[in-house]
Design a protein around this ligand. Structure first.
Ligand code: ZN
Length: 75
């Protein structure tokens, strides 16, 4: 399994937030999560060492470590 390049899936992702080291994307297609294979709802990407993300409503998350970035996929 390799990393996840948002630019490869740019046509199917909508960028909701870009804060430099972190970015938030919405899956408007059927892009599959590289960790579990199911389509995800949102992708949060960070290059920060430690990141807090908002509390959730019981959603399922997958994490992918990709070089100096971590991708968080919400289902
Ligand atoms: Zn997943």
């Amino acid at each position: 399994m390799s990393g996840f390049d948002v630019h490869e899936h740019r046509h199917a992702l909508k960028q909701l937030r870009d804060a430099g080291e972190t970015s938030l994307w919405e899956n408007r297609g059927e892009v599959a999560c590289p960790a579990c294979g199911d389509p995800f709802i949102r992708l949060f990407t960070t290059r920060q060492k430690a990141t807090r993300f908002p509390s959730n409503d019981g959603s399922r998350f997958c994490l992918l470590r990709d070089g100096d970035a971590i991708h968080v996929f919400r289902h």
